[in-house]
Design a protein around this ligand. Structure first.
Ligand SMILES: [Zn+2]
Length: 66
């Protein structure tokens, strides 16, 4: 998990996603934020750092960091 992905940042984005405001996700390797990342996404490569399968929705990240 990238150090820029703080608990607060993840939880805020996850709450927005759960309420249907926005689908947010992050690259867990470099911390880049992505839009339109639906829950269950786990096969998108990161365009910034080039990592494979590193982008997850905020809700998914919140679940595996609890
Ligand atoms: Zn990345």
């Amino acid at each position: 998990m990238h150090k820029s992905l703080t608990e607060k940042k993840i939880h805020t984005a996850a709450a927005n996603q759960l309420f249907g405001l926005k689908d947010h996700g992050f690259c867990i390797e470099c911390g880049k934020r992505y839009h339109d990342v639906e829950q269950g996404t786990d096969d998108r490569p990161c365009h910034k750092c080039g990592a494979d399968d590193s982008i997850y929705s905020a809700v998914d990240i919140a679940m595996f960091t609890v």
